[in-house]
Design a binder for this molecule. Structure first.
Ligand code: PMP
Length: 341
């Protein structure tokens, strides 16, 4: 059988699983990261984008040359633009203007039509999700991806991510944890792995400013604090979370996730975004919870290179009271501009 990919869609999924040395040592467990930043669109959301578009095709909701419209923190839009280009559709992406410049520029570069809106509460009609639904309704030949409530999103993880993790670990996996944006990854991987091993522990890792930790811990949708992470932090039970309940839950502040972003880069060469750092902090907590010798899998959602103008800009971090990578301190900078050395 030929090993040549037929198109970019064939490159989605089948991402490597990597042992994370520092987190494993810190927890006493084996912590494994699923390298979702290696998908062609650079994030875990390529899988959902593909399943959502193919579901729309199967239902006859989109025709050749049609348009897919979505509201997104950016990565789903990038995934949709990649898949839509490969299939001959147009992409319209509505995004809050608070998301990283790199994601905005990437969407433009991919040819998506970008609609930037001010950040607004979900209850406001100006929220990016509601704006994207209205644009889809008003655009002839357009379909709304609706990643939050469209369960084709979590089906991508039930059908691909979970079986990959099961095969890659040879079934030697005791726990899974990640944060929630839409919940497609947590619920989908959780459901998929539990269908193989019902006793496996699935944990929610919630950033500050999200409401799900309190919901699952105390039955109350309540948010405390805030996070500069992008793509995660949910305040409602989405369609993708419906029918799923984690076995346990953690609340991880940026101050705990960010040092993992720095350490994984400096010590292990992995350049990741903050949602990955928060996931890894959650995996360390789950590893401690499950005890020595256990194996925990988490998601490395996207690359730190998507956040050069934020997490990797010392001035940006300082303005928010956050630590920046120590090697970027002006006093420690190693770069030289030279005509001839
Ligand atoms: N991390 C990043 C960087 C993301 O963009 C997203 C998607 N919004 C997530 C994590 C969360 O994934 P999900 O939507 O499957 O909950």
């Amino acid at each position: 059988m030929s090993s040549i990919a037929r198109n970019v869609i064939d490159l989605i999924g089948n991402t490597p699983l990597i042992k994370l040395r520092g987190p494993s040592e810190a927890s006493g467990a084996t912590i494994l990261g699923k390298c979702e930043f290696m998908n062609p669109g650079g994030s875990v959301k390529d899988r959902a984008a593909l399943f959502i578009l193919e579901d729309a095709e199967a239902r006859g909701l989109i025709q050749p040359g049609g348009t897919i419209v979505e509201g997104t923190a950016g990565n789903t839009g990038i995934g949709l633009a990649v898949v839509a280009n490969a299939k001959g559709y147009r992409t319209v992406i509505v995004m809050p203007d608070t998301q990283s410049k790199e994601k905005q520029d990437t969407l433009r570069a991919l040819g998506a039509q970008l609609v930037l809106v001010p950040a607004a509460k979900y209850s406001s009609p100006c929220h990016y999700v509601h704006t994207s639904r209205r644009i889809a309704e008003e655009t002839p030949g357009a379909v709304w991806a609706n990643q939050f409530d469209n369960t084709a999103n979590r089906l991508a993880h039930i059908k691909t991510t979970a079986p990959e993790i099961w095969a890659q670990t040879g079934g030697d996996v005791d726990g899974f944890t990640c944060a929630v944006g839409t919940g497609g990854t947590l619920a989908g991987v959780g459901m998929g792995l539990k269908s193989e091993k019902p006793g496996l522990c699935v944990a929610l890792t919630d950033p500050m400013g999200a409401s799900l930790y309190d919901w699952y811990a105390h039955g109350e949708l309540r948010a405390d604090g805030s996070s500069v992470s992008e793509g995660i932090g949910q305040s409602r039970i989405t369609g993708n979370l419906d029918g799923f309940v984690p076995d346990t839950q953690f609340q991880v502040p940026d101050e705990e996730g960010l040092p993992w972003v720095h350490r994984l880069l400096e010590e292990e060469g992995l350049c990741l975004g903050l949602s990955s750092g928060i996931n890894v902090a959650g995996a360390v907590r789950l590893g401690r919870h499950l005890g020595p010798g256990s194996t925990v899998v988490t998601i490395l959602c996207d690359s730190g290179m998507r956040y050069l103008s934020t997490l990797f800009d010392p001035a940006w971090c300082a303005a928010r009271g956050l630590a920046s990578p120590p090697w970027l301190d002006p006093g420690r900078r190693l770069d030289i501009r030279a005509g001839c050395v």
